[in-house]
Design a protein around this ligand. Structure first.
Ligand code: R5P
Length: 342
């Protein structure tokens, strides 16, 4: 079965890097936009192919989700042999339960839509909740970018660090990170006040006088990181905390908020495409050789230095991770060490 990589418009650079690593070109795709806001993708030939549709559903979440659904449907109707949705960042994953009466379960709705549009499998990177898997009846491969993130952050970590989860939900990820950099672990007790503000005062674990690395699955408004950094400072942590997150959404004034936190370094992956004004939109001068299988042109690791004053940042590419996963799935080989820990 031929391999086909289809790029949605949410992060075409990432899809292109994945295709390049696999020694193939993207399936030609055009997206028509109608005056009323409707979109209509049109694909090149995929009949009989093993197709991977790369489309993170970050902001604008609903727009990107609908485009993903249309691309999956187009693949199915065009006679693709097998269709996999590669959704590095899965929007709506935070809505994995009803937080109050008369609310939907957004993650479940998104899962059902993706499945019924034609996905025979989902590939996702460090979703907010591992319960996402149970919302699908088709196989879900939950990859982890924590090793790549830890490798990128390691040079910025000072001696005697403590890895900190900024809330209880980030504990699993932070523990994994701590084990990779051989550091002790602490957690901040966070209380969400509303969609854009949180409060955090308590820290469980000793951070006094220690350099800290705050690890989270995602940064949206930056409120969680801001609150955690404040709590860590109040508990005597060393200045210049390093912050590492898998998914950098940076909504609203998140970057300005983070800028005020006087971070030592901010590291995210490219699961979500940089937006205008984001430090990740800066040129990416550095590149290093790949550890991944087929690697025709592109580097596996791309780092961008921050151009936002006071906010030194870096982007770690997950193109190598995704390419490796696609390559193994295409060959029906196990993914094993690429998967996130439960
Ligand atoms: C929450 O449980 C997540 O792990 C993140 O901490 C949170 O969603 C980040 O959002 P924000 O940046 O808006 O605080």
């Amino acid at each position: 079965m031929a391999l086909g990589i289809v790029a949605g418009t949410a992060n075409p650079a990432l899809a292109e890097a994945v295709a390049a690593r696999l020694g193939t070109c993207l399936v030609a795709t055009e997206l028509e936009r109608f005056p009323d806001g409707e979109i209509r993708p049109c694909l090149g030939p995929v009949r009989g192919a093993d197709v991977y549709v790369v489309q993170p559903t970050g902001p604008p979440v609903n727009e990107n989700l609908v485009e993903l659904l249309l691309l999956l449907d187009a693949c199915r109707r065009a006679g693709a042999g097998r269709v996999t949705a590669v959704v590095p960042y899965f929007g709506y994953a935070r809505q994995d339960r009803r937080a109050g009466a008369r609310q939907p379960i957004g993650a479940r709705v998104a899962a059902e839509a993706i499945e019924s549009a034609g996905a025979g499998r989902l590939v996702v990177v460090d979703p907010h909740t591992s319960s996402l898997e149970a919302m699908f009846t088709v196989p879900v491969e939950m990859l982890t970018a924590v090793p790549a993130l830890a490798a990128a952050v390691r040079p910025a970590i000072e001696d005697g660090p403590v890895v900190v989860a900024p809330d209880l939900g980030a504990m699993r990820l932070a523990r994994h990170f701590a084990s990779l950099v051989t550091a002790p672990f602490a957690v901040v007790s966070k209380h969400r006040l509303d969609a854009v503000s949180v409060s955090a005062q308590d820290v469980v674990g000793d951070v006094h006088g220690r350099p800290v690395v705050v690890v989270d699955d995602m940064i949206s408004t930056g409120a969680t990181i801001e609150a955690a950094v404040g709590a860590l400072r109040a508990h005597g942590a060393a200045s210049g905390p390093v912050v590492a997150a898998i998914h950098g959404l940076f909504t609203g004034s998140a970057l300005a908020r983070l800028d005020r936190c006087a971070l030592g370094r901010l590291v995210v992956t490219d699961s979500i495409a940089p937006t205008a004004g984001s430090p990740r939109a800066a040129p990416r001068p550095e590149s290093q050789p790949s550890q991944s299988p087929p690697q025709p042109q592109q580097s596996p690791r791309q780092a961008s230095k921050a151009h936002t004053p006071g906010l030194p940042s870096q982007t770690e590419s997950i193109a190598g991770l995704l390419a490796e996963a696609v390559d193994r799935l295409h060959r029906s080989e196990p993914l094993e060490e690429l998967l996130s820990r439960s």
